[in-house]
Design a protein around this ligand. Structure first.
Ligand SMILES: [Zn+2]
Length: 155
């Protein structure tokens, strides 16, 4: 899986993110993809502004799409890759979906993301995904310039 992650999933993801950044502007540049074994089964980007609803994070939308696609509640043989470390809301959904591998390209601030959860705090759950952080400049720059543009707009 590691070879596939590094040679296929990651470069494809970065390419897709590049086109997303050039097309969007209003939404946070968050992209999520889910692979079942080596097959891409779902892709989503944030739709918070579009729906005026803070729960429309790309991870949640992507998990929903993947579940519809394969017709099951649990995604036990899947991998999720996303541009920013999943927030605590998405972390909850990821845990409940039992997705075993979560890859992200930019760590969240301390206390704000899935890596801040400790197994002890996850009541009676005997499942926790493997978290793989692969820091990518593209993701870092995309979020930086998004928030910079936003600050300009609101100041
Ligand atoms: Zn989230």
């Amino acid at each position: 899986m590691d070879t596939f992650l590094n040679h296929k999933i990651l470069p494809d993801f970065l390419d897709r993110m590049k086109s997303l950044i050039s097309n969007e502007g209003k939404e946070i540049p968050s992209l999520t993809r889910i692979y079942q074994k080596e097959k891409l089964i779902a892709e989503s980007s944030n739709e918070v502004e579009k729906n005026s609803d803070s729960s429309y994070h790309s991870e949640i939308l992507c998990l929903r799409e993947a579940k519809e696609r394969i017709g099951t509640r649990y995604l036990t043989d899947c991998l999720l890759i996303t541009s920013l470390e999943p927030c605590l809301m998405c972390a909850g959904t990821i845990l409940l979906s039992r997705i075993p591998t979560v890859v992200y390209l930019l760590p969240a601030k301390q206390g704000e993301g899935i890596s801040s959860l400790s197994i002890e705090t996850i009541y009676s759950r005997n499942f926790f995904p493997e978290l793989i952080c692969i820091p990518a400049n593209l993701s870092k720059e995309a979020f930086k310039s998004f928030f910079k543009a936003r600050r300009k707009k609101f100041n």
